[in-house]
Design a protein around this ligand. Structure first.
Ligand SMILES: NC(=O)c1ccc[n+]([C@@H]2O[C@H](COP(=O)([O-])OP(=O)(O)OC[C@H]3O[C@@H](n4cnc5c(N)ncnc54)[C@H](O)[C@@H]3O)[C@@H](O)[C@H]2O)c1
Ligand SMILES: O=C(O)C(=O)C[C@]1(C(=O)O)C=C[C@@H](O)C=C1
Length: 300
């Protein structure tokens, strides 16, 4: 019996800019599957990263010049920290092919529209995206093709975006094994502020507080850290530039969630001060409930 013909590649020539954890994961996937792009071009501003990408054979072409990297491509995906979008787009915009689909993987989405839309050439389709998948590691060695499998990818195309362009990016993520959700950029930024950005802010802060205490008491308090504190340190080990850029580019939503969190933490602190056992029990029970529902969702 004849085997099914392999699906046609979604892109004739796809360029990934930024070959870190996410860019290299996508590159590995493109190379492994063969049905996402016929030719894969990679670019990074770091010569060391590009050298490593060549050693790992992550692309068909590793191009040090960003203009030459995007020329003739029908798909370009930005995988750089969100603070680098405006500068990157200023360099490549005039060289994007009419009909090209421009997408990204950035963790903040209103800032993407702010930084990219004013520079978008006529006929280039912008389909911003955000894979809700990652680790605390960065760089081209940290990536793996299965990173996006069974994870959400949120797309935030501006109103009026070409439906065929949205479908092409959607299909790329489906081939990565992800599930898609479309929402507007402001709604996205609010959701990720609570489920991703605030947790990182808390993790960075708790580690700084523990570190301050260790310096004050000249004691290695960390040697007593069992798994509770350790769980915070995993996400606190994340990349500095990436998280600086996320905090600065989701300012409004993050500060709103921080204010709500601070109020709630103060309410719990007050209950501890006044010995209000019922209030304390209620907060702990809600934590257990959220954990249970997350585990059930994964099983569903
Ligand atoms: N790490 C995660 O868990 C995660 C998850 C989802 C989305 N994201 C988003 O994905 C993007 C990339 O994150 P990552 O974890 O892969 O970071 P990373 O630090 O592993 O890689 C980023 C790469 O971009 C390169 N770069 C920086 N500025 C550049 C520029 N102007 N031109 C070309 N290359 C440039 C760096 O040299 C680096 O190789 C970020 O926007 C981040 O918000 C990250
Ligand atoms: O797993 C981790 O370490 C992550 O931090 C991944 C994580 C998250 O907060 O869930 C981080 C940033 C992204 O934009 C998406 C995913």
């Amino acid at each position: 019996m004849a085997e099914d013909a392999p699906a046609a590649p979604l892109f004739r020539r796809l360029c990934i800019i930024g070959i870190g954890l996410i860019g290299s994961s996508l590159a590995r996937l493109v190379r492994e599957r063969g049905d996402i792009a016929a030719t894969l071009v990679l670019h990074d501003r770091s010569a060391d990263v590009m050298e490593r990408a060549r050693e790992l054979n992550l692309g068909d072409v590793v191009e040090p010049n960003p203009v030459r990297a995007v020329e003739h491509c029908d798909g370009v995906i930005l995988c750089v920290p969100v603070g680098a979008y405006h500068a990157t787009m200023s360099v490549i915009a005039a060289h994007l092919l009419p009909g090209c689909v421009l997408s990204d993987v950035g963790s903040t989405k209103s800032s993407v529209l702010r930084d990219l839309v004013p520079l978008l050439p006529e006929g280039v389709h912008l389909v911003p995206g955000h894979p809700m998948a990652g680790t605390e590691f960065s760089g081209p060695d940290a990536g793996f093709a299965a990173l996006f499998r069974e994870r959400w990818v949120i797309l935030t195309p501006p109103p009026g975006t070409d439906a065929a362009a949205v479908e092409r990016i959607s299909e790329m993520w489906r081939r990565a094994g992800a599930t898609l959700e479309v929402m507007d950029a402001a709604a996205h930024d609010k959701v990720v502020a609570i489920v991703s950005h605030l947790p990182h802010m808390i993790a960075f802060t708790i580690c700084s507080t523990a570190d301050d205490l260790a310096q004050e008491t000249r004691d290695n308090v960390l040697r007593f850290a069992a798994s509770g504190f350790r769980d915070f340190t995993r996400i606190a080990a994340s990349d500095v530039a990436m998280w600086r850029d996320i905090f600065l580019n989701n300012r409004e939503a993050l500060l709103e969630m921080l204010a709500r969190f601070t109020e709630d933490a103060q309410a719990l602190g007050r209950a501890v001060r006044w010995g209000e056992a019922e209030f304390i029990e209620d907060r702990i029970s809600r934590g257990r409930k959220v954990r249970r529902s997350l585990i059930e969702m994964k099983q569903a």
